[in-house]
Design a protein around this ligand. Structure first.
Ligand code: GA4
Length: 323
């Protein structure tokens, strides 16, 4: 049997554990096998040889760095993020906080170009960089979703990707900036050390890219936390709650968090691939059998989002929709 090629990680708190990595230039059936295994075991993997030019991410990262370097009062003009725009430390509407500031935008050209007016003194350049990034990363998301559908032997190979491709898809773009927190030491457990608290992503699939600063950790099924070594040349794929439901629990949405760094600022950019609001989220018929009955009640993406926003960041919102 072929195993995902692991990047060994050794820390004081965990044993050496491999983060699955999938080279997308390998032969298709091997890639599919590696992706399915990684989604079942981790709900997380890294992709390399993804075909996205490094300039695409560098341009948006540069624009974002320029924004985050502005004085606080200028950045506030792009906020607050209720739910979209700029915010500092506040996460969501229910009192969650973290040691970060961020931009949260809807991943569509109109919204991005409107929002760019308050983000950049050159809004055309900012929206070009953001829209270009979204276009490439959406393609990568859809390619990966098609490989997953093929690996699950579902009839319609575009069953997942068509949800994201819809012009009214509720996909998001988030850029997080975690300033270095000088006072913390490694493995500090004080709230100052938490960049973004433990949670799963509600959407179908998240594509994350970061600079070379560590901080991201994923939780394995045995509750062990594993640090993810940063790699600005790769993209990290995160299975979201909606994909867990669509696959009737075969793929698991991975819980993850970000710890603050004491020496250098971390910057990450996430594309959250989501369906349109009135889409029904329910296990695919091929994955429901008498031996594997449906684990979830049917719900719309809008109902699920409403539930997510009514709960705290770390709550396991899927519990509300179990059969
Ligand atoms: C987690 C994943 C995405 O970053 C996000 C987050 C959203 C927010 O920051 O506004 C949420 C969080 C995320 C899940 C529960 C709710 C909503 C904050 C929060 C407490 C943009 C998303 O879609 O869900």
């Amino acid at each position: 049997m072929v195993m995902p090629s692991p990047t060994p990680v050794r820390t004081r708190k965990t044993k050496a554990v491999g983060i699955p990595a999938v080279d997308l230039s390998l032969n298709r059936s091997l890639v599919i096998e590696l992706i399915v295994k990684a989604c079942e075991d981790y709900g997380f993997f890294k992709v390399t040889n993804h075909g996205i030019n490094k300039e695409v991410a560098a341009r948006l990262e540069g624009e974002a760095a320029e924004f985050f370097a502005k004085p606080a009062n200028e950045k506030q003009r792009a906020g607050p993020a209720n739910p979209f725009g700029y915010d500092c430390k506040n996460i969501g509407p229910n009192g969650d906080t973290g040691e970060l500031e961020y931009l949260l935008l809807q991943a569509n050209p109109l919204h991005i170009s409107e929002r760019s007016e308050t983000i950049s003194s050159d809004p055309i350049e900012f929206s070009r960089a953001a829209n270009d990034y979204v276009k490439w990363v959406r393609e990568l998301t859809c390619e990966i979703l098609d490989l997953m559908a093929e690996g699950l032997w579902v009839q319609d190979k575009h069953v997942f990707s068509q949800l994201i491709r819809d012009v009214h898809s509720d996909s998001l773009l988030r850029i997080n900036h975690y300033p270095a927190v000088k006072e913390i030491r490694e493995w500090d457990s004080s709230p100052k050390a938490i960049g973004f608290g433990e949670h799963s992503d509600p959407q179908i699939l998240t594509i994350l890219r970061s600079n070379d600063v560590a901080g991201l950790q994923i939780r394995l099924q045995d509750a062990l936390w594993v640090p993810v070594p940063p790699d600005p040349t790769g993209f990290y794929v995160i299975v979201g709650d909606a994909l867990q439901v669509l696959t009737n629990g075969r793929f698991t949405s991975v819980r993850h968090k970000v710890l603050a760094s004491s020496h250098k600022a971390r910057m990450s950019m996430m594309y959250f691939g989501a369906p349109k609001l009135n889409t029904w989220i329910t296990p695919l018929p091929e994955l429901v059998t008498p031996q594997n009955p449906s684990l979830y009640k049917a719900f719309t993406w809008s109902e699920f989002k409403k539930a997510a926003y009514s709960l705290r960041l770390g709550d396991t919102r899927l519990d509300l929709f179990g059969n």
